[in-house]
Ligand binder design. Structure first.
Ligand code: PHE
Length: 347
């Protein structure tokens, strides 16, 4: 064997071994340049063929071709292997569990709101709506609030533009303090009979504590027809309470005062935790207040253009946060608005 043939075979051995170590495209190109590139070791040896004596040329030429083919084949094979490896890595593995995007769920306040809406809808109430920013007329005047009613105070309400407006002016606007303004909006645009509920947000300038927030939710109810009585109101609220808190829940009324209802009551539900025996949740009384209610004041009917002699009605306003706290046993209202996911996840 000639020296050139020996060199060729040595290059072949070295190349084949090195090709096996290639693991990415970059080193593939580097190794290829090193052996078969224009300045690679194989072309360098090939150029020496000219110096081989004619009688040895056929044999050397043959070896040269064999070496060239072997190296080329090794490169091709390695390229295939790398490609396959890459495909395996990207391959879709159907046995893997799917990646579920974490989607949240409804806030406990809205879970309770939805439940309450569903219950009243089953009783035939339809949902009415109104804006969070309303006029003093809708929020106070039409609801028969006297001019000196303490709830009108700018210290208790979020009025807009008080530097330019008078808070007693009926056109001044404010963040509504109650959903009762929707009673007015509904009666101004519809004729009786009326049977609506209005779930919505209200605002008051309260300093937040365990049972007060500066914004909270109510569900308002209004039923106007002929011969509507306090008994109808009690029946509706009792039915609601049984559906919401359990079959054994009872309702009681305590006398109260609201400008827009006469008589007015505060409605209590029997404590769903102790069943009325008295416990920490109901502070020993056996009852939990759920909202205000009453028979619509004839003055309100007059304000919206209804005939107080022809129709009567009842209205109620329930605090949603309150219902949520009772339903879930939450003892501090602020927890609902801290937005701590660890808390909210529980519901
Ligand atoms: N609007 C009253 C409040 O916010 C609740 C209420 C509504 C009372 C309807 C009577 C009738 O306290």
């Amino acid at each position: 064997m000639t020296e050139l043939e020996q060199q060729l075979l040595a290059v072949q051995d070295q190349a084949l071994a090195e090709i096996q170590t290639i693991n990415d495209e970059q080193s593939f190109e580097a190794v290829r340049a090193k052996y078969i590139g224009r300045k690679g070791s194989l072309p360098a040896l090939m150029s020496k063929l000219g110096t081989v004596p004619p009688e040895e040329k056929p044999a050397v030429g043959k070896t040269l071709n064999a070496v060239k083919n072997a190296i080329q084949k090794a490169f091709d094979d390695r390229a295939d292997q790398l490609k396959q490896k890459k495909e395996e890595k990207n391959a879709l593995d159907l046995s893997l569990p799917g990646r579920k995007p974490e989607i949240g769920h409804k806030h406990p306040v809205f879970l309770v709101m939805d439940a309450a809406v569903a219950i009243f809808r089953r009783m035939g109430f339809i949902v009415a709506d109104g804006p969070d920013i309303d006029t003093v007329w809708d929020n106070f005047d039409a609801l028969n609030a006297p001019m000196d009613h303490p709830s009108r105070s700018p210290e208790d309400q979020f009025y807009f533009n008080l530097d330019k407006c008078d808070y007693l002016d009926k056109n001044t606007i404010l963040l509504r303090s109650q959903t009762s303004d929707v009673q007015i909006r509904t009666m101004m645009s519809q004729k009786p009979p009326i049977r609506i509920i209005c779930p919505g947000r209200c605002y008051r300038r309260d300093t937040p504590d365990a049972t007060h927030g500066m914004s909270f939710h109510q569900i308002e109810g209004l039923y106007v027809d002929e011969h509507v009585s306090l008994a109808d109101l009690k029946g509706v609220l009792a039915s609601f309470a049984r559906d919401m808190f359990g079959d054994k829940t009872k309702i009681r009324f305590r006398p109260h005062h609201f400008p827009f209802t006469e008589p007015s009551v505060e409605a209590d539900a029997s404590c769903m935790v102790c069943g009325g025996a008295g416990c920490r949740v109901c502070k020993g009384s056996g009852w939990i207040e759920i909202g205000g209610a009453g028979i619509v004041n004839p003055a309100v009917f007059q304000n919206v253009g209804y005939d107080p002699e022809a129709v009567s009605g009842f209205a109620f306003g329930l605090g949603i946060e309150r219902l949520a706290m009772i339903r879930y046993g939450i003892n501090d209202l602020r927890l609902l608005y801290d937005n701590d996911v660890r808390f909210l996840q529980q519901f």
